[in-house]
Ligand binder design. Structure first.
Ligand code: PAN
Ligand code: ZN
Length: 193
């Protein structure tokens, strides 16, 4: 038993992903300038950073202890948009504690979860509201908004998993999601060619 940890409840607005009350929730906004080099089109990135530097995504976490055996849970909101022809997405990560899974549940919009393993396996799951995805241990995950409204999903994983973003700093994920003829398609990332 964990002394001092009391049950808590938070509100989740399924249309916006916003969580509250403020005292029980942490929130982070990632702007395009925080994602330099992650999109393929460097020139488009620079123009967009210089002309508004949009918020690409936000995420919220309930204020639970970030350590096992507790759970981390909250929402992520990826806004609609593209950089060049590449859809707005999260940074993506491996859990530093690699043997930890995660569950995502889509609340709104249309998205694609890109997943991959260190031995080069890849997977992608297209989702809309009502669909849940299980991310097994050892699978990195990145979330892409492939629609025209906000892509909102709920996540839950073990506390203390940690996030390895560095693996993706140079080349990103093995697959990219781009718009072609008004539709999302998944392509091999040319940086791996
Ligand atoms: C999620 C992600 C969230 C933001 O809570 O942390 O969607 O994505 P990045 O961490 O890649 O910026 C999760 O997968 N937690 O483990
Ligand atoms: Zn994760």
């Amino acid at each position: 038993m964990d002394e001092g940890i009391r049950p808590l409840s938070v509100h989740v607005a399924s249309s916006t992903g916003r969580m509250g009350p403020a005292g029980a929730v942490r929130g982070i906004a990632r702007r395009l300038a925080d994602m330099q080099g992650m999109f393929q089109d460097a020139a488009a990135t620079q123009v967009m950073v210089a002309t508004g530097n949009p918020v690409v995504y936000r995420y919220f976490a309930a204020d639970t202890p970030d350590e096992a055996p507790h759970l981390r849970f909250g929402t992520t909101v990826v806004y609609p948009g593209t950089v060049g022809n590449e859809f707005f997405m999260t940074k993506g990560h491996y859990h530093a504690q690699e043997r930890t899974p995660e569950v995502y549940f889509c609340l709104r919009g249309r998205g694609c979860f890109l997943m991959e393993t260190r031995d080069g396996s890849t997977a992608e799951e297209f989702v809309e509201a009502g669909q849940a995805v299980y991310i097994p241990p050892g699978w990195a995950h990145r979330s892409v908004n492939v629609g025209t409204e906000e892509f909102v999903f709920f996540y839950v994983c073990s506390g203390g998993v940690g996030h390895d973003y560095a693996t993706f700093a140079d080349r990103g994920f093995r697959k990219i999601v781009v718009e072609r003829d008004g539709k999302p398609i998944v392509l091999a990332n040319p940086r791996f060619a």
